[in-house]
Design a protein around this ligand. Structure first.
Ligand code: AMP
Length: 422
């Protein structure tokens, strides 16, 4: 026998419930995001490596340690996308979507790739749904983005009490550099109590120390200077305005001075939604922020923008923990059974007819006996079985069996569709 293979480390197949879950996340995204005026965008799974090194930043974990970078046969350096924002911005610049003050609202759903240590809710190929509001400068855009993410989770079935919305401002190029220096100095002062990574971060990317999961580092970072005390006037006004819109909309949030998102491009508003139970430390199911400088980093004109990304694996874990059955189909399944060989063709034609009317219809494709067709119908969760026998066909109809009540009755062909679509 030939050797058999498994999916590469850190990847998994979406099959069965996880495939149904991913479909549910995408369909719900389309429903909710289109209400806010978002259109979909599909960018390549790989980009020129510079799109990420320039966009996300050399000093980030994602670029420094986690990218799948390779040279193609033409000697170009390409990278599997570790996130989708840089690609969307690159595409928007290329298509001139945001020239002369134009704005664009785009959303995506698809796989992303990071070379990480695989664990629960952390994969090397993982799936994200995300949205980008490009060229919208007002604090209203930030608030609408946060509301849309909240709405999305509600539409997936989570309850407000199961989620916590965290908001912070990361400042901008006016106030952040001085703040970074302050945090770097603080890290150096407490170097003896920090992990190796955080000691290194003092020189490379001090704000990342806020994200360290090590308890000893967390304790130190609890006492670190907060950016809210160093925001410049413009950033403070922007932040106040965002919070005021959220207040007016009745959306509850917590201000979290330690919320600093891991990618360099974020400016001003950053936010995260966490689930309160079931996911341990990997409880952030989605987050995002404003990135006012990214278009320029990628060679475009200044186009202040904001976006979010949510991780599918973690949302599915959160939905599981909350007891939400995303795999349940709401549409009834009908099984058309042939009583004998002579009715097999008629059964298939009947199934075609029902599908044409928008119903889900299955029939046997393995020459099974009537008894095992019933077993199949049960397995498929059929609500009704239509039995086509010699007698029924002669009388111009079928026997319909309600699989729940076990009731059976004869229905004429004309009456079947009417009965099943009621
Ligand atoms: P980020 O792009 O790092 O801000 O992540 C956004 C969301 O994507 C997170 O909240 C996670 O839910 C998800 N995510 C990030 N990295 C991974 C990964 N390696 N495996 C699974 N989900 C991930």
């Amino acid at each position: 026998m030939a050797q058999s293979y498994t999916a590469p480390k850190g990847t998994h197949d979406l099959v069965g419930a996880s495939a149904a879950g991913w479909d549910f996340l995408q369909e719900t995204a389309r429903t909710i995001f289109s209400r806010y005026g978002y259109a979909s965008i599909y960018t390549p799974l790989f980009e020129n490596t510079e799109v990420f090194t320039r966009g996300i930043g050399e000093a980030t974990d994602v670029v420094g340690k986690e990218m799948y970078t390779f040279e193609d046969r033409g000697g170009r350096s390409l990278t599997l996308r570790p996130e989708n924002t840089a690609g969307v911005v690159r595409a928007a610049i290329q298509a001139n979507l945001c020239v002369d003050g134009a704005s664009a609202k785009l959303y995506y759903a698809g796989p992303q790739f990071r070379y990480e240590r695989p664990q629960k809710g952390r994969q090397r190929q993982f799936y994200q749904v995300g949205a980008e509001s490009l060229g919208n400068t007002s604090p209203l855009a930030d608030a609408e983005m946060i509301m849309m993410l909240w709405d999305y989770f509600l539409a997936l079935g989570l309850k407000p009490r199961q989620m916590t919305l965290l908001v912070n401002s990361m400042g901008d190029e006016t106030c952040r550099p001085a703040y970074r220096d302050k945090v770097a100095a603080y890290l150096r002062l407490h170097a003896d109590k920090l992990c190796e990574d955080c000691v290194r971060r003092a020189d490379t990317n001090p704000l990342r120390a806020f994200d360290c999961k090590k308890e000893s580092c967390r304790v130190v970072m609890d006492g670190a200077p907060a950016l809210k005390d160093s925001l410049c006037d413009d950033c403070r006004a922007h932040n106040d305005a965002v919070l005021s819109v959220l207040d007016a909309a009745g959306l509850k949030y917590q201000l979290d001075p330690k919320l600093v998102r891991g990618l360099d491009y974020y400016t001003r508003t950053v936010f995260e939604i966490q689930v309160n139970e079931g996911l341990g430390t990997q409880n952030a199911i989605g987050g995002g922020g404003r990135y006012d400088g990214l278009f320029q980093d990628l060679g475009g004109k200044p186009t202040p923008s904001i976006g979010f990304a949510v991780g599918a694996e973690r949302i599915m874990l959160a939905l599981d923990a909350a007891g939400i059955d995303y795999a349940a189909s709401t549409q009834k399944v009908i099984y058309v059974a042939a009583a004998a060989e002579a009715q097999r063709e008629a059964a298939l034609s009947m199934a075609m007819e029902l599908r044409g009317r928008g119903l889900i219809a299955l029939c046997d494709l393995q020459d099974r006996s009537l008894k095992s067709q019933f077993k199949q119908a049960d397995k498929a969760g059929a609500a009704f079985v239509l039995i086509m026998g010699e007698d029924e066909v002669a009388r111009g109809g079928v026997t319909i069996r309600n699989m729940e009540s076990k009731e059976e009755r004869f229905v004429t062909l004309g009456g079947i569709v009417k009965m099943l679509t009621n």
